[in-house]
Ligand binder design. Structure first.
Ligand SMILES: [Fe+2]
Ligand SMILES: [Fe+2]
Length: 442
């Protein structure tokens, strides 16, 4: 792929402009030109510069963007492909995309429209120092990899500009732009990590109210990944607390919003979010609903369970780790030795993190520690001691139930699962709570 590709992005929100721009550039090497509204888009399309692809929304700020662009192209006899967020199958001459945050779908549709194959993407010849538009650096406080600048005297030479994880001085970018620069550089093997981090930073700052439900799930999932990474690196700080508060608030709201679990489940199962995020979100909902069925359940305990659902696996880094629920599974997994160690200790580590969070409800730390059955939070246990608290039992059973639900979304059999659980957890204390799980309306 040697030709230069230019995409016209029609987007009014700065964060989404950055999001589309950096992803198209990083994944398929596309250059972008941006129009903030339809008028500007039509002007750009009228210019002699060649545009290979248009990425727009169906409607934006009351404008029928897709319709206007389509009729303009038609009048010009142009057949530039259009990828349209918010369009449906019934919209002709465009590839519809449901969620503006579905990077994979956007990249795949763009690549297809441009005849860029997966092989082209892999074989893309990249310079050792990969250019990143300076505007994207406004989205982050500190870069996750070293950032370089081109030497004034020799364009082939690059000098370290910002070491990784150092605060970007507020005036630095402004001055650098004022000097006439447009790009900073990162090592090419860091570009996917870098763009992933930028995506997460953008997602964590989006106003959730303005997004559709599918986008909200993606935004919070990305924001949770960012939180996990920052907690692992920085621990509990003002920054991670603020991010956790935002995510927790949304996840609590989502888990309460539906009167039955069905709505939430349907929405989540359809979404492409990973196991790690989904199981926490569904767990928060199942555990809360379960408390309604128990005579000793009250609001205080529901709140506690929300908290536990949110924090219990916060020290884990990905879905492969979060799916492990026994020593056996851990042993047989393909995880690296360091990852295995992390999974083994994650209940204890997550409990410590939750305890450092401000206003953690009493008992949360202990229940998180016990959520795989051991009292010290290390490893997994098939045999539960008498010291496991009733709330921990509620949580353990909810997690088992949700795990089954997520791994068998199509053929989920409530009755069968309950039967299996009755066999697995034999003591009276567990059986009583399984009764409640049985009466749960899904
Ligand atoms: Fe979990
Ligand atoms: Fe866990």
């Amino acid at each position: 792929m040697t030709r230069k590709i230019t995409t016209l992005i029609v987007e009014s929100q700065q964060q989404f402009e950055d999001f589309f721009m950096i992803n198209l550039h990083t994944w398929i090497g596309a250059q972008t030109t941006v129009a903030k509204n339809t008028q500007m888009a039509l002007e750009k399309l009228n210019e002699p510069n060649e545009i290979d692809l248009i990425l727009c929304r169906k409607n934006m700020k009351g404008e029928k963007v897709l319709e206007l662009i389509k009729s303009f192209l038609e009048s010009k006899g142009s057949n530039i492909p259009i990828i349209c967020i918010g369009a449906t199958e019934s919209d002709t001459a465009t590839t519809p995309i449901e969620s503006a945050l579905d990077i994979k779908a956007i990249i795949q549709a763009s690549a297809k429209a441009l005849n860029v194959t997966a092989k082209d993407m892999v074989e893309m010849v990249l310079p050792e120092y990969f250019p990143v538009a300076i505007q994207h650096f406004h989205l982050i406080d500190e870069p996750i990899c070293n950032v370089y600048r081109q030497e004034e005297e020799d364009e082939n030479q690059y000098k370290l500009y910002l070491p990784k994880f150092t605060q970007i001085p507020p005036a630095a970018l402004k001055n650098y732009i004022a000097e006439g620069h447009t790009h900073l550089y990162i090592k090419k093997d860091q570009r996917l990590n870098f763009v992933n981090n930028i995506n997460q930073e953008i997602a964590s700052k989006l106003e959730l109210k303005t997004l559709n439900q599918d986008e909200q799930i993606s935004a919070v999932e990305m924001s949770q990944s960012l939180l996990q990474e920052k907690i692992a690196r920085l621990g509990v700080t003002d920054e991670t607390i603020e991010l956790a508060q935002r995510n927790l608030k949304y996840m609590v709201q989502s888990s309460k919003k539906v009167s039955t679990l069905k709505g939430l489940l349907k929405r989540l199962l359809k979404n492409k979010a990973g196991y790690h995020f989904k199981h926490s979100q569904i767990l928060m909902s199942v555990a809360t609903h379960l408390m309604d069925q128990l005579d000793w359940g009250n609001e205080e305990q529901r709140e506690k369970l929300q908290f536990i659902g949110f924090f219990h696996d916060i020290s884990l880094q990905n879905s492969a780790q979060a799916q492990i629920h026994s020593d056996q599974e851990l042993k047989e997994s393909n995880l690296s030795p360091a990852e295995k160690e992390l999974v083994k200790k994650h209940a204890q580590m997550s409990a410590t993190i939750a305890a450092q969070y401000p206003n953690t409800p009493i008992g949360v730390e202990q229940i998180i520690k016990q959520h795989h059955g051991t009292t010290n939070g290390i490893g997994f246990s098939e045999h539960y001691s008498q010291n496991i608290s009733p709330m921990a039992i509620v949580f353990i059973l909810s997690e088992d139930f949700v795990d089954h639900l997520l791994k068998n979304p199509k053929e989920f059999n409530h009755k069968l699962k309950i039967q299996q659980m009755r066999k697995r957890y034999e003591t009276q204390r567990f059986q009583k709570i399984i009764d409640a799980l049985e009466s749960l309306v899904i």
